[in-house]
Design a protein around this ligand. Structure first.
Ligand SMILES: [Zn+2]
Length: 330
């Protein structure tokens, strides 16, 4: 391989993500309007990623739209970006009234504050994501994200709006409760958005040793394999340190050609319209279990500190796509 191309492949991830991060922090520090600063960097990163997908594709077949997914994914992206903006407006509106324990280090340099907020939000994203592969009612909400049959930059924010809220709410709420400023949270969300774009991008970039820290495309593609039992790895949205800690990290660069089919093998007829995908989690379960009833039952099981298996025994095993052990690739 041409040495210059090889070097370029290794530089793309750190340059695009760190460049976007520094740009976000610099614009916020310069007093640029928070929404303008974050949106302009996200849009700029999107254009760069879009062009690189055409110049250096990982999989040329993924450049083609499948079942009109481009329009669908654009709607998901816009709606979910809107949810982030609404969250920021709510934080601004509620202001100081939500701070319970003002321990967030607002005296730190802005870049360090954004990194701290990003780490907190990212941990809860990881936790809710991992739980979403464990419990059926959460899985049905999360399945929309896995329904794509190709991976490209728009998949980063392809989520059911309810799942988007469930994933983001714990970390953002914690940040607000401990006194993180809204601009810091907005900066963290923007940096996260850029990472999720790169994590799903159809670009043949290489991350090298950064694969041990950050959730990059080379790792995340394993998470999108169509066979459900193979997708229980690499849950991290920004950091993969959480996967390393909880034993769900997986990488096999020499077998990357085995990534194979993307999507949900058990659901070949997954709804392909936005309305259909919104309704999907609330359809009666394909295995005769109503998701909503199960969700209510699970809520009570959480309150009583019992696992769903304790409460439902074999019923949940038969109702759930979950694997008893999440890490099945050893
Ligand atoms: Zn997932």
């Amino acid at each position: 391989m041409n040495k210059r191309i090889t070097l370029l492949r290794y530089l793309l991830y750190p340059v695009i993500w760190a460049g976007s991060f520094l740009l976000i922090v610099s614009l916020l520090a310069a007093g640029v309007n928070t929404y303008l600063a974050t949106l302009s960097v996200i849009a700029g990163a999107a254009v760069v990623v879009l062009l690189l997908e055409r110049a250096l594709p990982y999989e040329t077949d993924w450049l083609r739209t499948k079942h009109g997914d481009l329009n669908l994914d654009t709607v998901h992206y816009v709606v979910n970006y809107g949810i982030k903006v609404v969250a920021q407006l709510m934080i601004l509106w509620l202001g100081q009234s939500l701070i319970l324990w003002a321990i967030f280090p607002t005296y730190w340099p802005l870049w360090a504050q954004v990194l701290l907020a990003l780490t907190l939000i990212d941990f809860f994203l990881f936790a809710v994501h991992a739980l979403s592969h464990r419990y059926e009612w959460l899985w049905k909400l999360h399945a929309i994200h896995h329904s794509s049959e190709r991976l490209y930059w728009l998949n980063g924010d392809k989520r059911h709006p309810i799942h988007q809220v469930l994933e983001g709410l714990p970390g953002i709420t914690l940040c607000v409760l401990i006194g993180a400023p809204m601009s810091v949270i907005a900066g963290a969300l923007a940096a996260l958005t850029v990472n999720m774009m790169l994590q799903h991008a159809n670009i043949d970039y290489r991350a090298g040793w950064l694969k041990h820290l950050f959730s990059v495309a080379e790792l995340h593609r394993w998470h999108h394999r169509a066979d459900y039992k193979d997708a229980q790895v690499n849950y991290g949205a920004w950091l993969v340190i959480w996967d390393k800690l909880f034993g769900t990290y997986y990488d096999a660069p020499s077998q990357a050609e085995q990534i194979g089919q993307i999507g949900i093998a058990e659901e070949p007829d997954f709804p392909s319209t936005y309305a259909g995908q919104l309704r999907y989690p609330f359809r009666p379960g394909t295995k005769q279990v109503n998701s909503l009833l199960l969700a209510i039952g699970l809520s009570f099981s959480f309150l009583s500190f019992q696992t769903p298996e304790d409460r439902y025994g074999n019923q949940i095993q038969s109702a759930c796509y979950c694997m008893p052990h999440p890490h099945v690739l050893e």
